[in-house]
Ligand binder design. Structure first.
Ligand SMILES: [Fe+2]
Length: 203
């Protein structure tokens, strides 16, 4: 089987412990869950390296179990790395390149915000604003678990975690209130750095 390197959790930025309306206790507990996804990714890849490929079977087999759950672990890593990295800012209307993309593809910042909020209310775990390289535009996609339903060849620029672990401590069942605070803590500089790094075209 393929070889792999163990990865380590990315460190939490200090600003994540001082968010507006999302408590330090909530973020610290949330970060522990993220560390769990990293550990399980390493464990699964270790087991895959030694797994018996000759018994692979679509009903049940070791390979199937490991590969299916690898997608859950990797989703937990990638989604949370976007989530944690782009919080810690001052929120407000998007700036720079992201402001231009949002205006082009949603009409206005408020329309984008309302659509992402609705998508977050409709999802069981995630909502993402992603740039689809085939369609050449931003869209707000819904997610349930970490590994449903990301779209191939699309790059997430905003990842809104709506699993209850993200907000129950601070907001109980008030998911809408949590989503409002999520917007208030977005760091548009980080999102614009990604647009630049990924060379997402602005035309
Ligand atoms: Fe989460």
């Amino acid at each position: 089987m393929s070889s792999y390197e163990e990865i380590r959790p990315r460190e939490l930025k200090p600003a994540l412990l001082e968010l507006d309306g999302i408590s330090r206790a909530s973020v610290e507990a949330h970060y522990k869950l993220y560390e769990g996804y990293v550990n399980k990714r390493n464990e699964i890849l270790g087991k895959l390296a030694a797994a018996d490929t000759s018994s692979a079977n679509q009903i049940y087999s070791e390979i199937r179990g490991l590969k299916v759950e690898l997608s859950f672990a990797l989703g937990g890593i990638k989604n949370h790395e976007v989530y944690f990295e782009h919080l810690g800012g001052d929120g407000g209307p998007a700036t720079g390149a992201m402001a231009d993309l949002i205006k082009r593809d949603f009409g206005s910042f408020d329309a984008w915000r309302a659509d992402l909020k609705a998508t977050g209310m409709a999802g069981r775990g995630w909502a993402w604003t992603a740039y689809d390289w085939d369609e050449g535009r931003l869209f707000n996609y819904v997610g349930d678990t970490q590994n449903t339903y990301p779209i191939w060849n699309a790059t997430p620029l905003v990842a809104l975690d709506v699993y209850e672990h993200a907000y129950f401590l601070d907001f109980q069942t008030d998911r809408a209130g949590y989503i409002e605070k999520f917007f208030d803590n977005l760091d548009w500089t980080v999102v614009n750095d990604w647009i630049s790094k990924y060379q997402i075209p602005l035309k």
